[in-house]
Design a protein around this ligand. Sequence first.
Ligand code: ADP
Length: 486
Amino acid sequence: MTYTHPQLSASTHWINGRFDGTASSHTDVTNPATGALVASVPSGTAEDVDRAVSAARAALPGWANTSTADRAAVLTRLAAEITEHNEEIAQAITVEIGAPIMFSRMAQAGLPAAVAAAVASIEPNIDWVEEIGTSLIVREPVGVVGAITPWNFPLQQTMTKIAPALLAGNTIVYKPSEVAPLTAALLARAVTRAGAPDGVFNVVYGAGKVVGEAIAAHPDVDMISFTGSTAVGKRLSVVAASNVKRVGLELGGKSANIVLEGADIDLAVRETLVNSWSNGGQACGAWTRLLVPAARKDEIVTKLVAAAAGYSVGNPLDETVRLGPLASESQWERVNGYIEKGIEEGATLAYGGPGRIPGLEDGAYIRPTIFSDVDPNSTIAQEEIFGPVLSVISYEDEEDAVAIANSTIYGLTAAVFGEAEDALRVANRLEVGQVYLNGAGLNMLAPFGGYKQSGNGREFGRHGVEEFTEVKAILIGGSTGASVAL
Ligand code: ADP
């Protein structure tokens, strides 16, 4: 399969409103469905980062001085631009990470447009200036924001950073994932067409260790907003401490999904697979641990296995396919290793299993897999697998379920299925940033983010915008004076 992206031949870094620089080396982007070369993007350097940061710094005063309403209008136009290019974006992401094309259109390309529109819509609801007593509390931009994102939702993970950052008046240096950089140039042009002045949004391609660390270390960058692995998030926090940057982290997850007695089992089974296997299970909030009452385990596993048969694996450009390949060969090695580990650790293999799929050996295809009788302390129940591997864990009672759910280093999302009152009671006991009850859908304005080692800070909605603001208190005095220093 060959694929040509109209902007790729011109894609260099995007700095100060134009394609910039000639790179001395490039990084290949491969299609995980075929192993074919799709594109090459520049391998950026610290000097490239420096130029991008200078452009962002120079653009900051002008952008910060525009009105919040004008910046919201830019985001509204950006949403329209992304919607207009839905198919192009979907095709690019399907080719770079193997996401099934229907999912790419709906989620990979559809959600970022919805996020930009949602952020624009809340501009009037944010307390840009608040009065506390006789003081004015003013929200100002943090400054130059470094945005570093992973490959699993290349445009969506980026939009959840840049839309709120732009609304708050920040300027941006963005480093896309080297695995999935194909939408960055399109995004840069869309931001410009939407009305952001030159230098407000800049793109530098390259390796995490080189370009990512240069952004994190740069003395003229005020904030890092990162989505990716917990290991890299920890490293970035250390590097960013050099000038006391603000660091917002969206990291890994190992989300528990608790089915209570009284739950609608068919609903729970259906939603569990939709959630934990969409995007090939390559989502930080995927509900990868299914906690079931011990007495209902056999019934639930039987239903899961029956429903799993509906998850066809194949060419991600085929509109009927529900699971494409994993995003890369290294992802395949990792996920396959965990499936082997699950067997080795004594879990019961109920569906799927390790190894290549006959007829699909050329791509990074893996079997969607279900384990039951999983020990809650075993490797596959504790570590983030980032693939379509579901672990079914039996529990004895509600106390036990809550303890198991809270027993990992992560705390990103969770789900509970059960009668409304029971589900809410359990939700309140979970150490996570977001809990979905009985298959609730996404809320674009509800905050998303992690407890524990799943990160800090929140994205989406008002909370997400506030992350990108500094708070200034202006205390107004009179003729008597009452100064005091703390
Ligand atoms: P993933 O494998 O899911 O992409 P990573 O945490 O490895 O997760 O990478 C997320 C993003 O962080 C990517 O853009 C990657 O290039 C970048 N990155 C990786 N290592 C570093 C690092 N040491 N410093 C800064 N950024 C990094």
